[in-house]
Design a protein around this ligand. Structure first.
Ligand code: NDP
Length: 289
């Protein structure tokens, strides 16, 4: 293997330590950051994700307030619950765990969250501010990718970045984040209709995969020395997590590479805490340390 490993687990641990220290200071000043997760129904994966978020909050000293609603809840009751959390001064960040049951409107629920508590960064206000180049809350996964790249001093200004995937959650906000003034990457956003994907990825200094197709980026699609960030997660038949990158092959060619697990995933979890911390600071008027 020639590539150096981008160790998301270690960077996320350092981020959590910093966040925990800041949470302790803020709590001592009378403001304990609080995150509320709205969980609807009995989807086992959603319960696992919310459980992880609660554990992450506890580990850095944040308060977590779960709101559990039955799977047959109406849109009106869901909105009333979000309104209640919007009004609760102990809650600084609100997330609605997706997916919601089919009868509910996910976008309407996201739009109901007060913009200043939108720590998932999915409200039109957050996405609009990012589009304007003055982000408020950036979705945790794109933010985690940027922090990882900066941690390893990977040059972004003028770099050719190819992002494969254009979702509202990952690909598009990441394109906005890296192409804005001050970061200055030249970004190409590819998707399922892109012609000759390999021609794009081969021309990239940095390839970021956010698709959800196991091992689709192979060594012949990457130029020598490129940086490869793997956001994708698929569960293999053996139950193990697999990324969008054929790790063993690509690591022979790339200069830097993230593993799966242990790359972007831990950063996503840490950046939700970072957004909640920032939300608590902003809402309480406490300047950042
Ligand atoms: P979506 O399904 O919303 O988006 C996938 C994107 O990939 C779409 O833009 C789609 O194109 C594109 N795509 C699909 N097939 C191809 C193809 N053959 N060639 C090129 N592009 C293709 O997924 P998300 O953005 O929500 O998530 C992407 C992956 O990242 C998933 O595996 C998810 O589990 C993972 N993930 C990981 C996180 C982490 O913390 N590590 C956090 C969030 C997500 P089109 O728009 O044309 O359909």
């Amino acid at each position: 293997m020639s590539a150096q490993i981008i160790d998301g687990k270690a960077v996320a641990a350092a981020q959590r330590d910093r966040i925990a220290a800041e949470v302790a200071d803020l709590t001592a000043a009378g403001v304990q950051p609080g995150l509320a997760a709205v969980l609807v129904g009995d989807d086992p994966a959603s319960h696992v994700y919310v459980g992880m978020k609660e554990k992450d909050c506890a580990a850095v000293g944040m308060r977590s307030l779960g709101a559990r609603l039955p799977s047959d809840v109406t849109q009106e009751t869901l909105h009333a619950e979000i309104d209640r959390l919007n009004e609760d001064p102990q809650v600084h960040g609100i997330i609605v765990q997706m997916p919601l049951p089919d009868h509910l409107d996910e976008v309407a629920a996201q739009d109901r969250i007060a913009p200043e508590k939108d720590v998932d960064g999915l409200h039109p206000h957050s996405q609009g501010q990012l589009m304007r180049g003055v982000p408020t809350y950036v979705p945790a996964t794109p933010l985690g990718c940027q922090v990882l790249l900066e941690h390893y001093d990977i040059p972004l200004s003028g770099a050719n970045v190819v992002i494969v995937g254009r979702s509202t959650l990952v690909g598009r906000p990441l394109a906005m984040l890296l192409s804005r003034k001050g970061v200055d990457a030249t970004v190409t956003c590819c998707h399922s209709r892109t012609k000759d994907l390999a021609a794009h990825t081969r021309g990239a200094d940095i390839v970021i995969m956010a698709v959800g197709v196991a091992r689709m980026l192979t060594a012949d699609m990457v130029r020598e020395g490129a940086v490869v960030i793997d956001v994708g997660i698929t569960r293999g038949e053996d139950g193990k997590l697999v990324g969008d990158v054929d790790f063993d092959g690509v690591a022979e060619v790339a200069g830097w590479i993230t593993p799966v697990p242990g790359g972007v995933g831990p950063m996503t979890r840490a950046m939700l805490l970072e957004n909640t911390l920032r939300a608590a600071r902003t809402q309480s008027g406490q300047p950042s340390s």
